[in-house]
Design a protein around this ligand. Structure first.
Ligand code: 9MG
Length: 268
């Protein structure tokens, strides 16, 4: 995805859901979602990640039909207006297949191909890229007592195993992106350890995506609500980039772009 080391990619978050945790970016209306995606691109997004099912703790699952109704018109609308890569945030193979046909080229699968047995084959057949993310548990219950002996080793081992499984299913290594899953079945100390030692995950040679934008670990550090976590997001993304992250997933694209363009130049 990002073989060059001179640009960190910025993935803009476009949630087409009624219940995302950061309400200023919720865009349930198709035209408003398309306009928000185009604005992200103007502000410097390299990828727009479109999601029709919330993955925040306690969120209710949606049906395939509901998810498709939310995301497909947005993908089609953006595809007809821009050539910027579009990513679909889904764990369902049918949603992935239709999204790829509509013009998406990246599948952001927070289950790392575990939720749907047809997902790996769908991605392989389309020659698409995949984000494999670590999550302990499932979104409904993942923040109830997450446990690790050594969170960094366990997350790395899991992701390397998922990358091998993906390759066995026909997805080439060059199409695989790894993601430590900040906030997905992790307590504050787990998230901090994963970010401090991100270079271990980077050392496996796959591009690493980090999604920490306005997440609750920043709220715990700052004692502030999601609407007040922009500076914390910028600081943490800068550290992730210094440790080798290739892609940052953000709500605030303008600030993410500036963070990335400065932090990359400060990478040791
Ligand atoms: C959908 N989603 C929410 N948080 C995320 C994260 O940290 N990474 C990825 N890949 N997707 C996420």
């Amino acid at each position: 995805m990002n073989e060059q080391t001179d640009r960190v990619l910025v993935m803009g978050i476009l949630n087409v859901t009624p219940d995302s945790f950061y309400s200023e970016i919720r865009t349930f209306d198709t035209d408003a979602a398309i306009a928000a995606g185009l604005r992200m691109i103007e502000q410097g997004a390299d990828i727009v990640d479109i999601g029709g099912e919330s993955s925040r703790p306690g969120a209710n699952p949606v049906t395939t039909e509901q998810e498709l109704r939310r995301v497909l018109p947005v993908i089609e609308g953006l595809r007809s207006r821009t050539s910027v890569p579009l990513s679909i945030d889904t764990t369902k193979a049918r949603v992935a297949k239709d999204a790829l046909q509509a013009g998406a080229s990246i599948i952001n699968d927070i289950s790392a191909l575990r939720a749907d047995p047809n997902m790996a084959g769908t991605i392989a057949d389309a020659g698409a890229k995949v984000v494999l993310m670590h999550m302990q548990g499932v979104p409904q219950t993942m923040q109830n007592e997450p446990q690790y002996q050594d969170v960094v080793s366990e997350v790395c081992d899991f992701l390397v195993e998922r990358a091998h499984t993906a390759q066995e299913a026909g997805i080439p290594a060059s199409n695989i992106i790894l993601d430590p899953g900040i906030g997905f079945g992790k307590r504050l100390e787990h998230n901090l350890a994963l970010l401090r030692r991100l270079s271990k995950l980077v050392s496996y040679g796959y591009p690493v995506l980090v999604g920490l934008s306005r997440k609750s670990f920043l709220g715990l550090l700052l004692d502030l609500p999601a609407s007040e976590r922009l500076e914390g997001t910028i600081a943490a993304n800068a550290v992730a980039i210094a440790c080798g992250a290739s892609i940052i997933r953000v709500h605030d694209v303008k600030e993410g772009r500036r963070t990335a363009d400065v932090a990359i130049r400060l990478r040791p």
